[in-house]
Write a new protein. Sequence first.
Length: 330
Amino acid sequence: MRSFAYHRASGVASAIQLGSTDETRFLAGGTNLVDLMKCNVERPATLVDVTALPGLDQVDVGPARIRIGSLARMSTVADHPDLKATAPAVSESLWRAASAQIRNMATMGGNLLQRTRCPYFRDESGNVSCNKRNPGSGCAALSGVNRNHAVLGGSEFCIATYPGDFATALVAFDGLIHVRGRDSRVVKANDFFRSPGSTPHIENDLTVGEFITAIELPVTQSLRASHYLKVRDRSSYEFAAASAAAGLELEKDGRTIKDARIALGGVGTKPWRVRVVEAELIGKPCTEDVIRRAANHGAEGAHPLPQNAFKVTLIPRVIARALIEAVRLA
């Protein structure tokens, strides 16, 4: 691990000033950042501790919107009774992530910013070829072990999977991310995360000196009738082979689909909104047959490799299962 300077920010203005250089990282829970520092993947010259910033750990669930402070702990948000009732997919995406110890430590803002678990990315000492860690060096996963890599949103430069669960629910239900730097701005969650293209080292919309202050979700009927399904190789402390955040709203007749929201995790280089499936569902009868036929469109545009081709088969199944569970709440 590289030696680093440590500062504790006393306020937002202090954090912005201290964090205004390329070699500075903001530190909150540290569950991903410190891990990567130990691997020498992250090598900051300075850490700015933002855990003491006031007012950024609140959770407010109102009739029209949910606002979650970026320093709220994952476990606090997952167990919030009003959030569990209003946004079940959000709560489920959090308590199905990581371990209890990590959820008690990790913050919501940090959760969104976690980096890929691609083994080639994390192997700084034994693997040179990683465009995400070392731009221009190549992508070892393309011809290497790629069972857990992305089939959607990849490029010739990178096929690393975005690992988070909460971001999948956030993208499905039109979440917003509040960002603070020298100026304040709000970014749509779907636009915040970036596909790799030719610059896989640029993973999100943050610029130097900016950090997340809050996350916001509009309260809709489809969010109230939502479910997060996570399929993985073991039942706990494992990243998704494929996951789906799904929600439905029915017309007053109780039979016709008025609104549908679906996003995928574990299969894309970013949380993957599946608008083609949503469009196939809206206006159709809410039956299992309709849901399964629409779900078959979920893997359109996929580019699998031999080791991860199973995800193309898995995608329609997780979409259908998540939607069928959401129907029970609609």
